[in-house]
Design a protein. Structure first.
Ligand code: ASP
Length: 343
């Protein structure tokens, strides 16, 4: 029996899988079946690779919760057969998908590595080959017959990040992602440098639970100086809205004007979950540090701490889908469930 790791490569779409029509210059969907033939280097990897492709590969701008469920289901159905999963995905919404999947896959004991590229795999200067090859290599890492990485990650441009810590920050550079509040799990140089102390510990003997109920009655509201009462009140009046991620300033600060605080108070009293995240790319919400956040704290606003907006909105969808009692929601949100916030 082969002791090589078995990897399932799941192709959802995105630039990585597109190829250039050299006559027209246009990018078009790739024949995924030929993917491995196009990268002969893959044969040198010490693993067995099988592939699964979305029937209609998408640009990741069209990603949505039902497709997250589809990815989760593919992983669930193939979980016993494979040692690791690599998800090929457009970079635009990859951080949202990696965050969502991290919440949906509870007790994960195998790696799920998202990757993609800024240039198609057939392009002369492509970043796709390195991203794909190293993502597969990382997903294949084993120690004593057990996967080394047991969480949802994102690999891009020589770095493996915890997926729910990432944001896409550049539409031009190959280094398109950062994880400002959590160091990289693996760095790829001449050797793979594993920062094992940063990995999520695996829960021994815990069975994989796949949560497929995501509630998208949510919104993200980014504060800006000059936001008017009518804008905020209109959003908060949306029928069936259950939660908002409020992107505030600095360490969680917002206006102290009466109309603003009263709208937030009314919303919370009517059962809306209000999560405070910072619009800064790094750092943490710390309500109470300034006068401009003290009232928010006393109103019962949830602290997103150092969570990314991508992880906050997907965690909100996940927790709202869990029917958590109202009085426990805040505490659960403020707890790190998959390493998405620093405790
Ligand atoms: N628009 C593409 C997508 O997200 C960009 C990429 O793949 O990098 O699907």
């Amino acid at each position: 029996m082969s002791s090589k790791a078995k990897i399932l490569l799941i192709y959802t779409g995105g630039t990585i899988g597109m190829s250039k029509d050299f006559e027209t210059g246009a990018l078009k969907a790739f024949n995924f079946g030929k993917l491995l033939q196009n990268i002969p280097e893959i044969k040198q990897l010490d693993c067995n690779i099988e592939t699964f492709s979305f029937e209609h590969p998408i640009d990741s701008s069209n990603m949505n919760p039902s497709m997250w469920t589809k990815i989760a289901t593919i992983i669930e159905e193939n979980y016993p057969k494979y040692d690791g999963f690599v998800v090929l995905h457009g970079s635009d919404t990859m951080s949202y998908s990696a965050s969502a999947l991290s919440f949906m896959l509870e007790n994960l004991a195998k790696p799920v590595v998202f990757t993609g590229s800024q240039l198609p795999i057939g392009d002369l200067r492509t970043d796709a080959k390195e991203n794909l090859i190293t993502a597969i290599q990382i997903a294949s890492l084993q120690e004593n017959g057990k996967p080394v990485i047991t969480e949802v990650c994102l690999y891009f441009e020589y770095k493996l990040y915890r997926g729910n810590r990432t944001s896409k920050v550049n539409a031009e550079h190959f280094r398109a992602f950062t994880a400002p509040n959590y160091p990289e799990l693996v760095e790829s140089g001449v050797h793979l440098k594993l920062n094992s102390h940063l990995f999520l510990p695996v829960k021994k003997d815990a069975k994989l639970i796949v949560h497929k109920n995501l509630d998208n009655h949510v919104a993200i509201i980014k504060m800006f100086p000059g936001m008017s009462e009518v804008v905020l009140s209109s959003i908060l009046a949306i029928k069936d809205l259950k939660g908002i991620v409020l992107e505030t300033y600095g360490s969680g600060n917002a206006p102290t004007e009466d109309w603003f605080l009263q709208l937030i108070q009314k919303a919370i009293q009517s059962g809306l979950q209000v999560v405070n995240v910072t619009q800064c790319s790094g750092g943490s919400v710390n309500m109470g540090q300034y006068e401009t956040s003290t009232v928010l704290k006393s109103l019962g606003v949830i602290s997103g701490k150092d969570i990314t907006t991508e992880a906050a909105i997907t965690k909100l969808m996940y927790l709202l889908g869990q029917n958590i009692p109202q009085n426990e929601f805040k505490d659960i949100f403020e707890t790190a469930l998959r390493g998405e916030i620093s405790q």
